[in-house]
Ligand binder design. Structure first.
Ligand SMILES: Nc1ncnc2c1ncn2[C@@H]1O[C@H](COP(=O)(O)OP(=O)(O)OP(=O)(O)O)[C@@H](O)[C@H]1O
Ligand SMILES: Nc1nc2c(ncn2[C@@H]2O[C@H](COP(=O)(O)O)[C@@H](O)[C@H]2O)c(=O)[nH]1
Length: 197
């Protein structure tokens, strides 16, 4: 019998909402769009990733990420506790497997906000998932957003922008593309893709 989060009833497999993966270059606005969407629709469950990155000001352990040491990440990987994981711009990130499976089993709409390498792994292991690519209105705007956020030093921004070129070139691997011109519009479009509204 599958374990389900407290207070929820398992639903037949064909009625389960699909897993949705949101990817896109660093700074495009993934977290902003997801936060906006979840203000109105807290029933969408966002997976909390583990990362070896250090917290930014205001980021809380267990809310924004599980901040782990390199050794802890090694163990999570070795024990098969991650659905997917990747190294991105000098840090490792991974999706805890059990929580995702439990929420899907309970019929809760599940969203993963992960990079391209992770999206490719999810496509392999859970092909029923829907992959959504969030694109910037232009390269210049992406640079503006990533720089304007002010959370990374110039060398890390450079590294993330190099990764962004690779991610933008992979857009055709995704099922859908949304262009983040307006946070409100994209949040609405994403909810519709997830069959939440
Ligand atoms: N539609 C938008 N118009 C203007 N600015 C935006 C828009 N969406 C997001 N931003 C701004 O862009 C910056 C980057 O957004 P955000 O941190 O959500 O990106 P991200 O894709 O989650 O990045 P990362 O992958 O690095 O975590 C933030 O300062 C945010 O306020
Ligand atoms: N493959 C994975 N990528 C992840 C995961 N959690 C976040 N991310 C992605 O990493 C980059 C950088 O994130 P930041 O918070 O340091 O700006 C970004 O593209 C995230 O979407 C994960 O579990 N797996």
């Amino acid at each position: 019998m599958a374990v389900t989060p407290r207070g929820t009833t398992p639903v037949p497999p064909d009625a389960r909402p699909r897993l949705t993966v949101l990817s896109g270059p660093s700074g495009v606005g993934k977290s902003t769009v997801v936060a906006h969407m979840r203000k109105e629709h807290p029933e969408v469950w966002l997976s909390v990733s583990a990362t070896t990155r250090k917290p930014r000001p205001g980021e809380q352990h267990g809310v924004h990420y599980f901040f782990v040491t390199d050794e802890e990440m090694d163990k999570l990987i070795a024990n098969g506790e991650l659905l997917e994981w990747a190294e991105f711009a000098g840090n490792r990130y991974g999706t805890p497997r059990t929580a995702v499976l439990e929420h899907l089993e309970a019929g809760v709409p599940v969203l993963l906000e992960i990079d391209l390498q992770g999206a490719r792994q999810v496509r392999e292991s859970m092909p029923e998932g829907r992959l959504v690519f969030l694109a910037p209105p232009s390269w210049e705007e992406l640079v503006r957003r990533l720089t304007g956020r002010g959370t990374e030093p110039p060398e890390v921004i450079e590294r993330r922008l190099r990764a962004a070129k690779v991610e933008l070139a992979a857009e055709s691997e995704f099922d859908e593309t949304l262009v983040n011109t307006s946070v409100e519009d994209v949040a609405r479009e994403l909810l519709a893709l997830m069959d939440v509204v």
